[in-house]
Every structure is written in C-alpha cells, then in structure tokens.
Design a protein around this ligand. Structure first.
Ligand SMILES: Cc1cc2nc3c(=O)[nH]c(=O)nc-3n(C[C@H](O)[C@H](O)[C@H](O)COP(=O)(O)O)c2cc1C
Length: 367
C-alpha cells in the first residue's frame, strides 16, 4: 500500500492543486465515514490492534496510540468517523472560530517536496463553531479521543483584545459542554490571521487564560504554541500557562522562518505570509519540547507536533519529552499507511531500548 501511494497515487495527486485534492479527499472521507461496512474495511486495512506497549493513560483518558492527527487537516469535522479508522489514537479538529470565514485570498497552500513541507496560508477557514460542534453528536467511535482546536475569528473586529477574548469564550463554552469531545486546544499561534498572533505575549495570554478560567473546566485543555520565537519568549509564555489549570502544550505550530525556502522560491506572497509545515518545523519543535520537559517534567503534558514522517521522528520527540505526537504533513507525503507503520516501528524502537512501555521512554534524553 505504501509503495502504491508513494510511487503512483501521490505522483498523480501532486499534479493537481493541493487545495482541490484536499477538498476531494474530505468529500470522499465524509462519504466513507457514514457507512459502517466501509469503516470496518478501512479499520482492517489501516489499524493494528496489538498496541499494548504504546497505549497510555493520561489524566484518566486512554490513548490507544500516541499518534494523533494535528489541527488543520479536518477543519470542519467532516471526517470524525473515518479518521479513527486510519489508526490514530486521537485527532484534533478545527481550528474552529466563532464566526465562519471563507479563508484568505488564493493562493493559500503550496507543496515544497524539496524540503518535505507545505506552505499554509488558509487563515482559519471554517464554517463556524456552532455547525462544527453539532457534528460531534454523530460520533461513532467510543475509543478514539476527540479534540477541538479553537481560535479567534479571522476578522478586523477581533483585533480588539476584548472582542477576541469574547470570541474564544464563545467557542470554548460550546466545546466544553459537548460530551463527545475530550480535550480543547486553545490555538494562540495561527500565523495567518488578521492582526497577527495577539495572544503570544505573556500579558495578553494572561488576560485570555484568566477569562477562560472563569468557565467551569470539563475537558483537558492544551495550548498550541508558536515555534518561531526565542527560547526566552517561549519560557515566558510557559510561566503564564503554568499559573492556570492548563493540562499541556502542543509544540508546536507552523514555522514562520522562510529561510528554509532559500534558493527554492522568491515568491513574495509565500515569503511574507503564512507558515511552513513538515520538516522545517522538526528541529525547532524538538528543541522547545526539550526546554519545556526540562523545566516542567510531568506538570505539563507535551504533545510533540512538527515534521513527523516516521517512527524514528516520533521517537525523537518522545525522548525529548513528548507524551503524545501529532502529524499532518507526514501522512500527506507518505500516505495513510504511515500511522500503522509508525506503530509497528515505534514498538520495535521502544523494545530495542529495553523498555516495556512508551511511558518509560518519555524524556529519556534528560535523565
Ligand atoms: C494544511 C494545514 C492546515 C493547518 N491548519 C491549522 C489550524 O487550523 N490550526 C492549527 O492549530 N494548526 C494548523 N496547522 C498546523 C498543524 O497543526 C501542525 O502544527 C503543523 O503542520 C506541523 O505538523 P506537521 O509537520 O506534521 O504537518 C495546519 C497545517 C497544515 C499543513
């Protein structure tokens, strides 16, 4: 299947506009997800069951696999019933915002196979939180962990700090009440929105978190961190996060440093806007996972995200301190069998190091 995908299917898909390919997949996936027989068939094809070594209990929630789908692949929760059949243990849907947004002007997606990356400038395109959260009423899987990423509506109105906080509160409250959602991620680091990233300064993050803290917390809560900031800026954000009832951090979002595109493109839109996924995020994400783990150990659950294409990549993040992993680009480049392959090889890597469970391997670089 993997060879078929990499050498034939991907070559054909990569001839077409990435957004059109993605939209067609969403339609196809949504259709499959509605049919029990097809879900069963996909489960047989992509899921391997013997996952004891990589299963984890985190804050009373069982994650059958550490590998999850990152936010942005399924913005409108169209695929809530088919993503679990690909073998992921959890999935983050969205980012969703209070009001719908049709997305930034084109172009907003471009593949860069030379650096195993995708340039993303969607700008929080989604159909709005009311419609999206309603879709979770139709969840079929009882073992899969569902997360929702919330962000502020991409519009000039939310450039005002108080409006922006109100906007987050609205989406947070809806997700917080839905029984089929197990965790909420507060996305403070979308690089493609009106007014930039207003909550990536400690003072403003403090205001946002203190406002959200007033709502009775019913879910695990994570913060999606920026990675294109200095260590000291990052640490200041962690200091704020540590003062609130936040369960963990996702490290992290897209890479805004475009030096990775040197000698590849000089397109002004691409250089000045959006962010890069995939390999350009890998090293920086690992550095920041290590920094966070060294300082907070098990006080913050770390979800490592960025540039995971293989079990070796996932294991590197785990040894840096991540308990869970998220990915998108690796699956787009290597196909849907990637998750089963990562499971298979991750189990081998853990055993080779003499551990009986993934939990023993977390943060081993820092012991
Ligand atoms: C097409 C695309 C859309 C994305 N949209 C979002 C988003 O809406 N919210 C978010 O928090 N991250 C978004 N991201 C960032 C990913 O969640 C992830 O942080 C980043 O791509 C690094 O992981 P990867 O290298 O495995 O793709 C998006 C990424 C891609 C490729």
């Amino acid at each position: 299947m993997e060879i078929l995908y990499i050498y034939i299917i991907k070559k054909i898909l990569f001839l077409f506009d990435p957004e059109k390919v993605h939209d067609s997949f969403i339609k196809f996936g949504r259709y499959i997800g509605e049919m029990q027989i097809l879900r069963f068939f996909f489960g047989l094809l992509f899921c391997n069951d013997d996952n004891d070594i990589i299963r984890q209990e985190i804050k009373n929630i069982t994650f059958l696999s550490p590998i999850g789908l990152a936010a942005g692949f399924d913005k409108n929760a169209d695929l809530i019933n088919i993503i679990p059949c690909l073998g992921f243990g959890h999935g983050e849907f969205g980012s969703v915002t209070r009001h719908a947004y049709e997305g930034n002007p084109y172009p907003r997606l471009k593949r860069f196979p030379e650096i195993k990356s995708i340039w993303v400038n969607y700008g929080l395109k989604n159909i709005g939180v009311d419609k999206i959260i309603k879709r979770f009423e139709k969840v079929k899987s009882k073992r899969f962990i569902y997360g929702v990423s919330i962000a502020k509506t991409n519009s000039p109105d939310t450039c005002d700090e108080n409006n922006a906080i109100e906007d987050y509160i609205y989406s947070y409250s809806l997700a917080n009440e839905n029984p089929n959602i197990q965790y909420i991620t507060i996305n403070i680091s979308c690089p493609n929105a009106f007014g930039g990233e207003p909550f990536t300064t400690p003072e403003r993050l403090e205001k946002l978190l203190s406002a959200l803290e007033k709502i009775e917390k019913k879910k695990l809560v994570f913060i999606k961190m920026p990675i294109t900031i200095t260590n000291s800026e990052f640490e200041k954000l962690l200091d704020v996060i540590n003062r609130y009832h936040i369960d963990g951090v996702i490290i992290g979002n897209l890479q805004k440093d475009k030096s990775f595109l040197q000698n590849i493109t000089s397109d002004e839109t691409i250089i000045s806007k959006g962010g890069l996924s995939g390999k350009p995020t890998f090293e920086r994400s690992n550095e920041l996972i290590s920094l966070t783990y060294r300082k907070y150990r098990d006080k913050l659950i770390i979800i490592g995200c960025g540039g995971v294409f293989s079990a070796e990549d996932a294991y590197e993040k785990i040894k840096c301190g991540a308990s869970l992993i998220q990915m998108i680009t690796g699956m787009i480049y290597n196909g849907p069998t990637t998750i089963a392959k990562i499971h298979h090889n991750l189990k081998k890597l853990i055993q080779k190091d003499g551990y009986t469970s993934i939990t023993e391997a977390i943060g081993t670089y820092h012991r």
